[in-house]
Design a protein around this ligand. Sequence first.
Ligand SMILES: [Fe+2]
Length: 287
Amino acid sequence: MAMLGFLKSAGRVALARNPSPFLCSSLKQAAVPSLFRMMSALASQNDVLFRQLFDRETCTYTYLLADTQTKEAVLIDPVIDLAERDAKLVGELGLELKYVMNTHVHADHITGTGLLKKLVPGCQSVIAEVSGAVADVLIKHGETVKFGEHELEVRSTPGHTNGCVTYVSHNLKSVFTGDALLIRGCGRTDFQEGSAETLYESVHSQILSLPEDYVVYPAHDYKGNTSSSVGEEKQFNPRLTKPKDEFIEIMNNLGLPYPKKIDISLPPNKVCGLYNLPDELAAKLED
Ligand SMILES: [Fe+2]
């Protein structure tokens, strides 16, 4: 069993860096035909395009993931002001945008989902069923979102909002945490049915329980960081390394101002940015 574990591990690293004849020959030497078939299947699963995109106004990250063989792609957490940028990139790269996904109903910006559905006909909106929002696809904990040969596991991570989900790519060893876990921080819990206790339990049970080398990609960063890792956050996150009661005390005393864009963001975000937009943005959908 230990040998099998080693081979699996070694194969994944080699595949990620170089899906090449070297891998095939090393596996042939292993003389384990079934393992070879399994590893060959995994080889195609490492053909992933990954882009981290940024909105300077709200410090929001949008993620583009695509299968470079089938060209199927997904966007996570697009911003309406930059939907045209995202659609242009998808077109330039020759991708077929399958899903536009949100980690939650955002309060700080209007999602780009509705405008992207117009700019890239055929793509579908995705959000958690628990969020209460309207979308083409309503997902639940434990389900997977597939694009080409790849998939994202859906993990329910409430606490910042009831409907927050985290998307996990085991293939890429990456986790898209939305506002549940930020780099050295976490989303606030003082509005949108937020609960510090629930957030603490979500992050520890669903995110920090992942292998320590999984890369953490949050929905925002306000200090110039781009990514972290599960191991780093377990060691250095100033809030989530605390015992639960201390965490709750911290979160209940942040004294944060009322979010600037919450009143214009929530109504359209509850319908994935299709309706209830401010006039100047509604015009974009009607053009
Ligand atoms: Fe949020």
